[in-house]
Design a protein around this ligand. Sequence first.
Ligand code: HPA
Length: 270
Amino acid sequence: MYNKLMTCLKSVKEKIDFKPETALVLGSGLGDYADEIQVVQTIEYTSIEGFPVSTVKGHKGRFVFGYVGEKPVVIMQGRVHYYEGYKMSDVVLPTRLMGMLGAKKILLTNAAGGANPSFKPGDFMIITDHITTGIPSPLIGPNIDGLGTRFPDMSEVYSKRLRDIIRKNAKECNIEIQEGVYVQFTGPNYETPAEVRLAQRWGGDAVGMSTACEAMAAHHMGLETCGISCITNMAAGISKEQLNHKEVQETADRVAKSFKELVTKTIIDM
Ligand code: HPA
């Protein structure tokens, strides 16, 4: 794993000399954000030696380097999902790579299903904590001591300081914001109603197929981490509707403008 990371790092550094301060991962339907920033350079995942490449339609696969305000950022436009068949350590390789490129902070975003019945599609949720019981830990395997410790503490994966900033910015933008626990399942299937009830009883508020593993890898290597879920649909069994990817995309499109506003303000402040 370490060698693979170093190969990718070398490959990226050959293409660009840029030190990001903040990393941003764009979720399903939220990828357009990268078109709005002051772009310095883009690097396609396919051009990076050894890099796991995303196969989901609509997920662009590239790093975008540039500035949000004065802040140098690296953006993942398109992420790698466990359900595509990669090992968990490959799924979090891009996150680690952004940290190794110099990012000290990371904002993770995603589309998620609302498991908390008081949520509604189109809401944003500050991720306060997560549950990864349904997936393997991305830290399984030989520990890379250069990144972090073997048995990392997980009592504050999502930085309180950054959560406060997101809450304040949502208020300033007049965006109603929810807060809650994100439960990661493997996907690619949506959950069954019974699995959603399980997530609720565990204390989960949203369900999804990404993010928590990335947060764990980021936190392991000392990145200050935060996350925002866009609740694109109510999770299975909560509403009578069947779930489909089109609905996820449509809701994400509908709220894209407020999402972009919130993300921009947050990156500048974090
Ligand atoms: N479940 C899992 N992942 C998702 C969902 C969902 O309901 N909506 C968007 N991503």
